[in-house]
Write a protein that binds this ligand. Structure first.
Ligand SMILES: C[S@@+](CC[C@H](N)C(=O)[O-])C[C@H]1O[C@@H](n2cnc3c(N)ncnc32)[C@H](O)[C@@H]1O
Length: 218
């Protein structure tokens, strides 16, 4: 491949192996193609503060891939406040059987994602240009999702309050966080509880990451 990310192909391949994932070369090529789109359109669409190809690999591609082992039970995923398509586009690329609906309120970011869907040929990915609190569960393919994920979207309390109606019975919210957010956990609204906290090791990132799983309290 050519492009600004080409020199980072080995870095991505090592990171994928470091996460314990095995991906077909065509899947890795799609991840690199998505990274190229982010770099190419960032100035126009204001998608990410990250400018360097190396950091794009660690902070976006590998960071999103790190949650994959914890989503094995999820078949239909909604990504809330997805910005440039993170983590939703990455997860849709690596799990073609996963139905991903991305929800983003800023029009040009949603347009970028729609363009990425077309250019990458992602039949399992869709974008809703809406505020999440205005999205009805019936608007998602198949209805309420069994997984609702977000990264850098809001406090846990706001995530649950704004997005909880999109979680199917028995499903869960997945919050991608940096340091373990104990104060946010303590502020969760009644009716919801943290069921798991997974520390994540993102190769080359050099910072703490956690994935919190939140379910309806029994
Ligand atoms: C900090 S960005 C994170 C983007 C992406 N998840 C990432 O990790 O790179 C937060 C995004 O949430 C979107 N957002 C904020 N409030 C929203 C709402 N109520 N519904 C949908 N999207 C929202 C913003 O437009 C922004 O793109």
């Amino acid at each position: 491949m050519s492009g600004r990310l080409a020199p980072c192909a080995a870095q991505l391949a090592e990171g994928i192996a470091g996460l314990g994932l095995v991906l077909a070369q065509e899947t890795v090529d799609l991840l690199l193609a998505f990274g190229e789109l982010l770099l190419k359109w960032n100035k126009v669409y204001n998608l990410t503060a990250i400018r360097s190809p190396q950091e794009l690999v660690t902070h976006h591609l590998l960071d999103a891939l790190a949650v994959l082992p914890h989503l094995a039970a999820v078949n239909r995923l909604a990504d809330i406040g997805s910005g440039g398509g993170l983590p939703g586009v990455v997860l849709a690329i690596v799990r073609p059987a996963l139905i991903v609906t991305s929800i983003e309120t800023v029009g040009k970011k949603a347009s970028f994602q729609q363009q990425a869907k077309i250019e990458l040929g992602l039949g399992n990915f869709g974008v809703l240009h809406q505020r999440v609190e205005q999205v009805r569960a019936a608007a998602l393919p198949g209805g309420a999702a069994d997984g609702v994920i977000s990264r850098a979207f809001s406090s846990l309390a706001d995530f649950v309050t704004l997005s909880g109606h999109l979680v199917a019975e028995g499903g869960a919210l997945y919050a991608m966080k940096g340091l373990r957010p104990d104060a946010e956990i303590a502020a969760l609204p009644a009716g919801w509880a943290v069921s798991a906290i997974h520390p994540l090791e993102v190769p080359g990132l050099g910072a703490e990451r956690h994935l919190l799983v939140i379910r309806r309290a029994p």
